[in-house]
Design a protein. Structure first.
Length: 264
């Protein structure tokens, strides 16, 4: 069993498909997960499986990979779990709160796509405003805090950390492509890249809120958490009133689209 603990979960599932079914029963979505290179032993820690379920889960996985042997439940070294209810440390809560505003922009994308007008200046301006939010608030303000500060506390060779960087880069590529398509007057391509960005960010934020941040909270020391909070605050100071400006932009866009819906 120990040999499988150090294997990528997708490889284990490929060899023993039943392992994917077992993980699904514990709400650990390794089968549909786009990453899938986490090691089997890290799954328990990253997904924070409660200790009582851990023994049972590992015994079942052991039974699936060694059906001819008596079930064994290898112990996995895990970080302490602060509380059964999901809560975040102050710096992580700050990032979760920033996600709330980013999710409001993401929720507007279907309406932006539906009313898309690349011919008029007013129509193009809505896309430009959305892209300005993504580049300034989501990327320079929020993602930069993750990349320049938070992720530096962790081994950048870990698959989950590499995935976060890759998601940010993929998002930037969709934003560049959206602007290019807008310049070319290519409505379909604008739609395609905005929709791809919506899908990417939805999954990315779920991954961070549900898996990455809780795992990071369990991994960081109290001193590191305090340091992180101070460094986030220092970074915020450099942005002055910009977050308020982007909050106002989202409020305005929501109102504009609500009015468009009301007159239909
Ligand atoms: Fe991120
Ligand atoms: Fe984030």
């Amino acid at each position: 069993m120990d040999e499988y603990l150090n294997q990528g979960i997708k490889d284990v599932i490929r060899q023993f498909p039943e392992v994917g079914d077992i993980l699904n029963e514990y709400d650990i979505g390794c089968v549909p997960c786009a990453v899938g290179t986490c090691l089997l032993k890290d799954i328990i820690d990253i997904h924070n499986v409660p200790p009582d379920e851990e023994r049972e889960l590992m015994a079942r996985i052991s039974g699936a990979v060694h059906p001819d042997q008596a079930p064994a439940a290898p112990g996995i070294e895990r970080k302490p779990r602060p509380s059964p209810k999901q809560s975040y440390s102050p710096p992580m809560q700050k990032l979760v709160d920033e996600h709330t505003l980013i999710k409001r922009l993401v929720a507007l994308i279907p309406q932006i796509m539906e009313h898309l007008d690349v011919e008029s200046e007013e129509g193009r301006q809505i896309v430009i405003d959305g892209v300005d939010f993504i580049r300034s608030y989501a990327d320079r303000y929020h993602h930069a805090k993750e990349e320049d500060i938070l992720l530096k506390y962790f081994d950048e060779g870990l698959e989950i950390i590499k995935t976060i960087y890759e998601d940010h880069e993929t998002g930037r590529a969709h934003v560049r492509a959206t602007l290019q398509a807008l310049e070319d007057g290519d409505k379909e391509a604008v739609r395609e890249h905005l929709d791809a960005y919506r899908e990417l960010l939805t999954e990315h934020i779920e991954k961070e809120d549900g898996i990455l941040y809780p795992w990071m909270d369990r991994s960081l020391s109290m001193t590191q958490i305090g340091e992180l909070y101070a460094r986030f605050n220092a970074k915020d100071e450099g942005f002055g009133d910009a977050p308020k400006k982007y909050q106002a932009l989202i409020n305005r866009l929501e109102q504009e689209f609500a009015q468009k819906e009301a007159v239909r």
